[in-house]
Design a protein around this ligand. Structure first.
Ligand SMILES: Cc1ncc(C[n+]2csc(CCOP(=O)(O)OP(=O)(O)O)c2C)c(N)n1
Length: 628
């Protein structure tokens, strides 16, 4: 039977009973299960295939949950899920009501922490190790698994820096596959490549230490001079020795698909009474040829045919992301000051077309959203017009920079805030639920929410024409026929558009809320009401003149947005019309973390649908008559 060994695992510690050949067979079974399930429902395939042996090796030595394994980002944790009690429900991964695609505390005691955003594992690990020390528990081991991509994030360096100072014994496994979502970038990756490419460097280091001691007349002195000379000799030959210099014992480079080798390294690391960094080399997509050949495509994938790797459902039409990428190239052709910045998401944000067309004006800064914002500020100071494309959820990282280095400095930087609203299967760590709230409170920030591709293109032009910072926020997916206006227009800032004139109730949508407003209006009309429908276009500044007028002429204003109700567009409207004697009903994301699952289903659950809006509007006609 294909899952012979897997069926013997009810607890990860069961792996302790397996021989090394059995562990290898177990890894094969896990890989097959991952491939079978992800090909049906989609998911983070390539990263999870790359860590199968590593996961097996870890659980074959550790005793989770006493020992803690902290997965960075968490998208590579599928084998861990399978080995920690979720084999039987694995087929429902990321599906509505099924298990999460990321570690999730509510799901299992073996998921030490819920993750989704990069670069935090080492910090969590240090905290856990320190808490154990304070509690007098000396027997547990903390192992953090971080990718070379996630290691480009500043918060990972902050943790390394702290560990080097505290010297807390713990293990950091650097899972180096040379890939972030795309090939990894940055000086650190070049350094890792040197180590990967030449494992003899490690041996060389030891030889040097021995050799120095043997040089007649010099060696003894060098040794007498002590550590400093030895270290500088090492540094001459092995540039950097970065991790050792930072207080870690460095073990590497280990073949991360060789269970025996990983186990050996881990045993050593666990026994070492100081921080250890184990550098493993893995292949993203390991064991599935299409994913090995195209790891970027299989980083996060929809359902696909196992035979050839082809997607089962090709998206029809153009997405907001693509419309943004297209418009940006167009605008950059007319204005050479325009530069574009991504934080390791060139394709996801639609900047790949820009990169191809203007390689010299394109920057991938790594998973470094804070730096992306500060770097953009520098470019803007120097006369450039930076466009920073970052998903709503990841831009949260750069909040202080948005306030301090962008808003306060009044710099003309455009933030293209993709994946605004509910993203679906990736769940609460990835929903773009808060950007309107956290952007709206920043003075000088202009915020636009396009309701269509055409609006988005005009808004990008508008944002680039401004003298201060601006953000456009738009949703994931939602492919539609692409309309490419001949001229991109500069919109009047702070002006909404009345799409339908009515009298009883004004449905005011922002972004995807406009489509909901239009569909709800149709239903309301069928029920005999005369709704007004407005596309707000601007969340900041608000169209206060229009709102005043609507407040006077309508008994009720209904706001619709795909953002948290707390502090979002509806809040802004409410704040403005407070005291005008008009009722405001707000539709948006409630004050709760929305789980994962099909986007439409989630929108239905939170009542962000035309039906729900129409029901609220028509169900209160008597009330409206009173108000009128
Ligand atoms: C703060 C943040 N920014 C961006 C992302 C999007 N993202 C998810 S995985 C990933 C690449 C991670 O690369 P690496 O850590 O090397 O793991 P690998 O997928 O190669 O195993 C990126 C950029 C994220 N999860 N968190």
């Amino acid at each position: 039977m294909a899952d012979d060994l897997l069926s013997r695992v009810t607890d990860p510690a069961d792996l302790h009973q397996f021989s090394e050949p059995e562990l290898n067979l177990l890894a094969d079974e896990i890989r097959t299960l991952i491939l079978d399930c992800v090909s049906e429902v989609g998911g983070h395939l390539a990263a999870s295939l790359g860590t199968v042996e590593l996961t097996v090796a870890l659980h074959s030595l550790l005793r989770s949950p006493r020992d803690k394994v902290v997965w960075d980002v968490g998208h590579q944790c599928y084998a861990h899920k399978i080995l920690t009690g979720r084999r039987d429900c694995f087929a429902g991964i990321r599906q509505y009501g099924g298990i999460s695609g990321f570690p999730c505390r509510a799901e299992s005691e073996h998921d030490v922490i819920g993750t989704g955003h990069a670069s935090t594992s080492i910090g969590y690990g240090l905290g856990l190790a320190e808490a154990a020390r304070l509690a007098g528990h000396q027997d547990g081991t903390v192992v953090c698994v971080i990718g070379d991509g996630a290691l480009t994030g500043g918060v990972a360096f902050e943790a390394l820096n702290n560990i080097g100072h505290m010297r807390t014994p713990m293990v950091v496994i650097l899972n180096d596959n040379q890939m972030s979502i795309r090939p990894n970038v940055g000086a650190l990756q070049l350094y890792l490549n040197r180590l990967r490419l030449d494992p003899t460097l490690t041996r060389l280091r030891e030889d040097i230490e021995r050799g120095v001691a043997r040089i007649p007349g010099i060696g003894e002195k060098a040794y007498a001079l002590g550590k400093d000379v030895k270290e500088s000799m090492k540094a001459l030959i092995i540039p950097g020795m970065l991790f050792e210099e930072m207080g870690f014992a460095y073990l590497g480079v280990i073949d991360g698909h060789d269970i025996k080798a990983v186990r050996e390294a881990l045993r050593q690391a666990i026994e070492t009474p100081r921080p250890v960094l184990v550098h493993v080399r893995t292949i993203k997509g390991r064991g599935y040829e299409p994913a090995e050949a195209r790891p970027e495509q299989f980083h996060g994938t929809g359902p696909f045919h196992i035979g050839n790797g082809e997607r089962k459902r090709a998206s029809a039409g153009t997405t907001f992301t693509e419309a943004f990428g297209d418009a940006l190239v167009r605008l950059a052709e007319q204005d050479e000051r325009v530069v574009a910045i991504t934080a390791a998401m060139a394709q996801g944000t639609g900047l790949d077309r820009f990169e191809e067309r203007f390689p010299d004006r394109f920057y991938d800064v790594g998973i470094a959203e804070e730096h992306a914002a500060v770097f953009a500020a520098g470019l803007a100071l120097g006369g450039r017009r930076p466009v920073v494309a970052i998903y709503s959820t990841f831009l949260q990282r750069a909040f202080d920079m948005l306030v301090q280095d962008v808003g306060l400095q009044q710099l003309p930087i455009v933030f293209a805030v993709d994946r605004a609203g509910l993203v679906g299967d990736d769940g609460p760590t990835h929903h773009g639920a808060f950007d309107l709230s956290y952007l709206r409170l920043i003075p000088n920030m202009t915020i636009m929410a396009p309701s269509s591709h055409v609006e988005l293109q005009h808004m990008l032009r508008t944002a680039l024409a401004l003298d201060g910072p601006a953000a456009l926020r738009y949703p994931r997916g939602l492919a539609a026929a692409f309309d490419r206006p001949e001229q991109l227009e500069v919109l009047e800032v702070g002006r909404g558009v009345v799409l339908q004139e009515g009298r009883d109730v004004a449905l005011i949508g922002a972004g995807t809320g406009v489509g909901i407003a239009l569909a709800a209006a149709e239903r309301a009309r069928a029920a005999g009401l005369h709704p007004t429908v407005v596309d707000a276009r601007f969340v900041k500044p608000l169209d206060t003149a229009l709102l005043d007028e609507l407040a006077k002429s309508h008994g009720r204003l209904v706001t619709i947005e795909e953002n948290a109700l707390a502090g979002g567009f509806g809040s802004a409207v409410l704040e403005h019309v407070a005291g005008h004697g008009v009722e405001v009903v707000r539709f948006g994301i409630p004050d709760a973390f929305v789980p994962h699952g099909d986007r439409e289903r989630l929108l239905d659950d939170i009542g962000l649908t035309p039906e729900a809006v129409a029901a609220a509007v028509t169900g209160s006609r008597v009330g409206l008559a009173h108000a009128g």
